[in-house]
Write a protein of this length. Sequence first.
Length: 186
Amino acid sequence: VDFEATCDEPTPPGYTPEIIEFPVVVVDTRDRRIVSEFQSFVRPAEKPVLSAFCMELTGITQDDVTAAPPLQTVVNRFDRWLSGIIPEGKSFIFATDGPYDMCDFMYEYGVKTYGVQFPEYFYRWIDIKEAFSDFFGCRHGKIHAMLDHFGLTFEGRLHSGIDDARNIARIALALLDAGCTFPTVD
């Protein structure tokens, strides 16, 4: 998972970001492969007009978000989609690049600020940076550095949610190949 959200530079005081890209890459940890992807742009409710900074940073256009459904609709679509991807009885956990996607964008802003209902499984996640640091006993805080460690290069556009999610998936697979284990969820 690597949500992208509204942003501006400099960040105005009291600024509350809204998710504008909702990308998820599903990895089969047993077969060590990417099995599916979900991506949707999201129409922001409070700040419907993107800043020039946000469009430049993320590559998301005003037309992308204007034509997109609101966050609750995207969450509901994702839930239906995921139920067709994950076999019944199989466990899964989200991997993110830091706590911000789930703690800030999803929970603090999506749930608490805007009242969006996320399924319970969104509260099961790991921070891939933390897993990497714990496994190797070192601090590599950026996607590029973790990829470099495995002899991989970043693929796609930085701050494109779907490209970042694909690269997080590649890091997760490389960690598994190196012998790292992730928590299982019943």
